[in-house]
Design a protein. Structure first.
Lengths: 371, 218
């Protein structure tokens, strides 16, 4: 037994455990911790999902509540350490693409801040700002950056909340960066490939456009799971919870087809749901097309090679197929836990996988060097 | 490639400062604990050593007192021993009968006669005087013999004999015979005088015979 323990210990010690990726999403808390072998292989150390006892805003007012959730997570899953990489809740951080011109070398930051100030129409004194260069041709004075902006007091309160909960915040990231990191690791695409990731939230959806490993665009659109469920609920005159169960049971494409494409068994419920939601998805497709145009403009005519779906709607069976038929680009719901992490995730429900993308991306910070 | 991080630099510095302050406080605490521990151990050791010193001093005082007592006891013992020796000497001294016999052995013929005879045990111990050898002009002290003859002393036992001898030769012979007796330690001729009568002259003499009563001192 002692021999086994020593053997397990030596096996364990070959892995370097990363920070805990911690996301306070609108309805749930996601925690993911990864570990990396000496050869760079990434494995899942622990993951957990918790629902808020009340609302997110109420929950984030008490460091004791956060502490108890962390304690519970550590008790139920083998989380190690207290270092976390987290992100501010989406309503507390503002992301904007800022185009700016640099006339003299070394004035880049000043020029960018000036443009941000102009856009914000407010002094930047009470804000914390960081940015990612999106377009940065040395020869050209025209530059583009993705700027993250948050009120300083909000940031400090959030950091203090986590600190008081016994956590050490290594970095305060943003969701698009986390998703970019995840997708870049997942796709292992060519440096020039353009990839669009759609992260469906409960009320909002975020379209993250990447060119190679560069973040080109993060766009927020009014499209979410709640809106779609309410639409079906209104059409069918049923309550939202029942609709949610039906959707998860039938999906949007439930018909069984054979290898030749012939329909063997028709799922009328799925067909009905799809018909109801088609106008909404058409709007989404329009937004996707707009982002494709943007991609072409920013990458000298480049096209998007792949669309990845993450978030709550990505769990709806057949959504990838539906979108695939609306836009002529391969659409996939990535099972990154299998692809990247290549680990036994039997403990985790498949349902949780697409919605843990941000937490996983946060957990990947510091483990992958290309993002 | 750079990454976005919204943690303000001053907040990081504040946390870092807090962390180092904590470390500093901890270090100070550790140093204080160490100093107090060392001080406590030192005082404990010092007290221990002082206790030991006091104990040794007490022991030394006891030893000194005991050695003084011992010396006093030894002194007492030697005194007692002396008295014991004296008593032994007195008890085991030459018997009167043997004295008479010894005198008798020394007398030859009728050339020496006694007019008065005293036998006295003084009850005092006296040092033995070195034996002198009379070689005429010089008195030679035999080689190798200590002046006091070691620890040997004798009980002063004297016989004072007053008498008359036919002549000096008879007296000398008598003295020589006395000296040859084992019971006799020494013979001192105190006085001689010639007394003339009408027909004859005799030698009056006073002789002290020191009886050999050697006492071994303990």
């Amino acid at each position: 037994m002692i021999k086994n323990l020593i053997s397990n210990k030596s096996k364990q010690s070959k892995f370097k455990v990363g920070c805990i990726g911690l996301e306070f999403a609108l309805e749930k808390i996601y925690l993911v911790q990864l570990k990396q072998s000496e050869h760079g292989n990434i494995r899942l150390q622990a993951s957990a999902v918790f629902e808020y006892p009340n609302t997110r805003d109420e929950f984030l007012e008490s460091s004791q509540d956060v502490k108890s959730i962390i304690k519970l997570a550590k008790k139920s899953e083998p989380f190690i350490g207290c270092k976390v990489v987290s992100n501010l809740p989406s309503n507390d951080v503002r992301l904007m693409s800022i185009a700016y011109q640099v006339e003299n070398e070394g004035d880049e930051e000043t020029a960018l801040l000036k443009r941000v100030e102009d856009r914000l129409n407010d002094s930047l004194d009470g804000y914390v700002i960081d940015y990612l260069p999106v377009r940065g041709n040395i020869k050209s004075s025209d530059k583009l950056a993705l700027v993250a902006l948050a009120r300083r007091d909000v940031v400090i309160n959030y950091l203090e909340l986590l600190r008081k909960a016994g956590l050490e915040v290594v970095a305060l990231d943003i969701s698009p960066s986390a998703i970019k990191r995840l997708i870049a690791t997942l796709a292992d695409q060519d440096q020039t490939d353009n990839v669009l990731t759609i992260n469906f939230g409960r009320k909002k959806t975020y379209m993250i456009l990447m060119s190679g490993r560069r973040l080109l665009l993060d766009m927020e659109i009014d499209f979410g799971e709640t809106e779609l469920l309410e639409k079906i609920s209104n059409e069918l005159d049923m309550d939202v919870n029942t609709i949610e169960k039906i959707v998860y049971e039938h999906g949007l494409y439930g018909s069984k087809v054979n290898s030749d494409g012939l329909i063997l068994e028709v799922d009328e419920v799925a067909d009905t749901l799809r018909e109801i939601l088609k106008p909404k998805f058409t709007k989404l497709a329009d937004e996707i097309n707009r982002s494709l145009i943007y991609t072409a403009s920013e990458t000298r005519g480049g096209t998007v090679k792949q669309v990845y779906l993450l978030g709550g709607l990505a769990c709806w069976r057949g959504i990838d197929e539906m979108l695939n038929r609306m836009i002529d680009i391969p659409v996939t719901v990535p099972n990154y836990f299998t692809t990247i992490i290549n680990d036994n995730v039997s403990k985790m429900q498949n349902y949780d996988i697409p919605i843990m993308g941000v937490a996983t991306g946060l957990a990947l910070r510091g483990m992958v060097d290309h993002v | 490639m750079s990454e976005i991080d919204l943690i303000p630099d001053d907040y990081r510095q504040y946390l870092m400062l807090k962390y180092w302050l904590k470390v500093l406080v901890l270090l100070v605490l550790m140093v204080l604990i160490l100093v107090f521990s060392v001080k406590y151990i030192y005082s404990y050791k010092t007290k221990h050593i002082q206790d030991k010193i006091i104990s040794l001093q007490q022991q030394k005082a006891i030893n000194t007192r005991q050695s003084i007592e011992l010396a006093s006891i030894k002194e007492k013992k030697s005194e007692l021993q002396l008295q014991w020796d004296l008593l032994s000497g007195l008890r085991s001294g030459a018997a009167v009968e043997s004295m008479l016999k010894m005198i008798d052995r020394s007398l030859v013929g009728n050339d020496v006669w006694f007019t008065n005879w005293k036998f006295r045990r003084a009850g005092l111990l006296v040092d033995i005087k070195p034996e002198e050898v009379n070689t005429g002009y010089f008195i030679v002290i035999p080689k190798g013999e200590s002046v006091s003859k070691g620890n040997k002393r004798q009980v002063q036992t004297n016989m004072t004999i007053k008498g008359q001898a036919r002549d000096h030769a008879a007296l000398s012979d008598f003295v020589q015979r006395l000296l040859r007796q084992p019971e006799v330690y020494d013979v001192k001729v105190l006085r001689t005088s010639l007394t003339r009568y009408s027909m004859i002259s005799v030698v009056d003499f006073d002789v002290t015979v020191i009886v050999n009563t050697l006492v071994e001192l303990g």
